[in-house]
Design a protein around this ligand. Structure first.
Ligand code: SF4
Length: 103
């Protein structure tokens, strides 16, 4: 049986991205990215902080998860927990709107 892949590398309908080849989580224990209740995921978060593709990973997670609440998001992605990503989404959307030129 294969261990679960870290969130950034799960595939399953998610488009494959070039940046995934540089993901630090490719060479670590995937279980770290799915901490059990009571574990804040800090070990995975610390690894994400030194990942060279963290921004791309987080952008992909936010794009894929859309407006889902924290209960519909899974695992540590881009260095953020599901709750932190749910809180980040509205700020990211506002930044995207502000940077989109209007005609
Ligand atoms: S930021 Fe974290 S979850 Fe994303 S690719 Fe890097 S190590 Fe994996």
């Amino acid at each position: 049986m294969h261990p679960p892949l870290a969130p950034a590398l799960r595939g399953g309908g998610v488009t494959s991205h070039d940046w995934e080849r540089s993901a630090v989580c490719r060479t670590t224990d995937p279980e770290l990215w799915f901490p059990p209740p009571g574990d804040n995921g800090i070990r995975a978060i610390r690894i994400c902080r030194r990942c060279p593709v963290r921004r791309a990973c987080l952008d992909a997670a936010l794009a894929e998860e859309g407006t889902a609440g924290a209960d519909r998001r899974h695992g540590i992605r881009g260095g953020l927990t599901p709750t932190a990503r749910a809180q980040t989404q509205p700020r990211q959307a506002a930044r995207d709107r502000a940077s989109t030129p209007t005609n």
